[in-house]
Design a protein around this ligand. Structure first.
Ligand SMILES: Nc1nc2c(ncn2[C@@H]2O[C@H](COP(=O)(O)OP(=O)(O)OP(=O)(O)O)[C@@H](O)[C@H]2O)c(=O)[nH]1
Ligand SMILES: [Mg+2]
Length: 350
């Protein structure tokens, strides 16, 4: 395949030059606006950059004089013709053409969670492919993912989990309680404000019993203040909530008037099993208190993790941890950006 990058003042001019240099059969791989020249972006000229390509077979067809085939030749030619038709060098992913050798990345470029990044990823993959002639570009992808996501640790006294119903808030509180008590040797206390479900209280009581740590049930904000008072000597206080509390404007206003969020990290728990558009909606709905990080839950129940990248691009909120199963305390990961990126790319391209 012959590939040419053309820079011109207008798309029409660029197209004309592609036609002149590569012929009528040329395919446009990519078009983008760029700025050329100037100092620190001032006086830079807006140009169009167009990457065009033409199949070498097409060039051959135009330049080689074909002799009248005999019976045998005709047969061979037919096979050749058919194989060209059956193995096109360019495939199309949505609106973006992709060299056939990069077909394993086709699904990626139409992935809803990567919609914002698709153009950039496409360009990066195609240009790296043409520069290196390598079709295995997972390292490029890995670098792109690494550049998008951030992680965070916490040194706050209060850790509050919020998020939609059933995403794993209470289970994650139990995992965190075990982590801080057993691994970090901290004095941990629990408060649950989720009093809608008796079973949630029992669930946490059981874990608190096993770990030998105090737990307080707060039925209202007075109880909440008393619980905080009682747990003053703890290094860390983990607060479990019912998702619906944070969607109640009145409750949030009262909470804000009785709890300064200075020493608090609020982590929004989002399940990776949810559709990407629903995750975005959830992220928007749970903004009533300042969210300092995201906990992605149920990574064990999904075949790909692109939502993590999409949400990082959309929100720029760091990741606190990822949960990977129902088992307490082991199914939780406090991974680095590199480890999470590796997991995302391996899972997505596996
Ligand atoms: N597969 C899987 N299941 C999980 C994970 N975390 C929690 N669960 C399960 O998800 C279900 C709901 O978990 P909970 O911890 O009760 O969720 P919650 O957010 O507290 O739910 P509500 O308090 O009702 O809003 C339970 O069956 C958990 O065992 C995880 O990482 N992977
Ligand atoms: Mg719960």
């Amino acid at each position: 395949m012959i590939v040419k990058k053309i820079v011109a003042d207008t798309v029409a001019e660029a197209m004309e030059r592609v036609k002149q240099e590569l012929g009528e059969e040329a395919i446009i791989l990519n078009t983008r606006h760029i700025k050329v020249g100037g100092i620190f972006g001032v006086f830079a000229k807006r140009k169009v950059e167009l990457v065009g390509s033409v199949d070498e077979h097409v060039e051959d067809k135009r330049t080689v004089k074909v002799e009248q085939p005999n019976r045998v030749n005709l047969h061979v030619n037919q096979i050749e013709q058919r194989s060209i038709v059956e193995r096109p060098t360019i495939i199309t992913t949505g609106e973006r053409p992709l060299p056939r050798e990069l077909r394993q990345y086709a699904k990626l470029l139409v992935e809803p969670a990567l919609n914002q990044l698709a153009e950039h990823l496409h360009e990066k993959l195609v240009s790296t492919y043409y520069q290196t002639q390598q079709a295995e570009l997972n390292t490029v992808l890995l670098e792109e993912v690494q550049a998008k996501i951030r992680t965070k640790t916490t040194h706050s006294k209060f850790i509050m989990l919020t998020g939609p119903t059933g995403v794993g808030k209470t289970t994650t509180i139990a995992k965190l309680a075990a982590h801080f008590t057993l691994t970090e040797k901290k004095r941990v206390g629990l408060i649950t404000t989720d009093t809608y479900r008796i079973s949630a209280i029992e669930q946490l009581n059981t874990y608190a019993d096993i770990l030998g740590i105090p737990i307080h049930v707060a039925y209202d904000l007075n109880d909440f203040e008393q619980a905080k008072e009682a747990l003053q000597s703890c290094d860390i206080v983990l607060i479990d909530t019912a998702g619906r509390n944070f969607l109640d404007v009145g409750y949030v206003e009262q909470l804000k008037s009785r709890h300064t969020f200075e020493e608090t990290d609020v982590f929004l728990v989002l399940s990776l099993t949810a559709k990407y558009q629903d995750l975005l909606r959830m992220y928007d709905r749970f903004q009533s208190v300042p969210v300092s990080g995201i906990i992605f839950s149920k990574a064990d129940e999904t075949s790909e993790l692109w939502s993590i990248v999409g949400l990082a691009e959309e929100s720029d909120v760091p990741i606190y941890c990822i949960t990977t199963g129902q088992e307490v305390p082991e199914d939780i990961l406090f991974s680095s950006v590199e480890e999470i990126s590796q997991m995302i790319v391996e899972r997505g391209m596996g």
